[in-house]
Design a protein around this ligand. Sequence first.
Ligand code: AMP
Ligand code: AMP
Length: 226
Amino acid sequence: MVKFQCSIAINLVLLQRLLALVASQSFDFFYFVQQWPGSYCNTKQSCCYPTTGKPAVDFGIHGLWPNRNNGSHPYDCYPKKPFNLSEISDLESSMQKDWPTLACPSSDGQNFWSHEWKRHGICSESVLDQHAYFKTALGLKQKANLLQALKNAGITPGGSYSLKSIHNAITESAGYTPWIECNKDSSGNYQLYQIYLCVDTSGSKLIKCPVFPKGTCSSEIEFPSF
Ligand code: AMP
Ligand code: AMP
């Protein structure tokens, strides 16, 4: 009888831990974050082009980040398997083009992709396995062509624009209000760094953002050339 009660207690503890783990890994939507390479590179810290050469003059993917409606995001998502480049070998050339690393020292991108998978992707593994995760992000970039959307509104690299005009151009094209993140160039001026759009938990469609991140831009920001 004591043995039986003891095993019930152990099972309850295990169940509690499992429920806590599931809760800590739950998410409500993704942020799909694209980055302007010109704004990554012209900061004080500068950048290094990938070993494959200077990336295209286009927004690059930073990541697809599981998030919750209350603004928090999952953490401690332990991988069943670590990042495995061989699982995405069919996507590698697209990744080099659309998800370029700009970190120094110069590298082929594996470290950046592995970081994004381990820090963010793994938290959505119940929905998207590693291959699906990267393929989904690449597909979303095709759906949300930011450079074209800005160009259609007369907003091109090498100028300064109102934050509002950038917001409006993306909203018109994507159908939903984006979040604009700024960073500062080496002289301390605010510039267009990253654009966030929200995506449903299956990664298949853009949605209205349930919550926006925090951050500061000025009302007029630079869109530096690359
Ligand atoms: P990383 O993708 O790890 O390069 O993170 C980029 C930045 O976004 C870091 O400053 C993080 O603190 C922040 N961040 C990380 N995860 C999330 C998330 N799920 N939602 C919003 N911001 C995040
Ligand atoms: P941030 O949100 O800019 O603070 O970025 C968070 C982390 O992601 C930092 O360690 C950055 O160096 C890294 N990171 C952001 N964009 C890139 C990129 N294009 N290539 C490599 N690392 C990046």
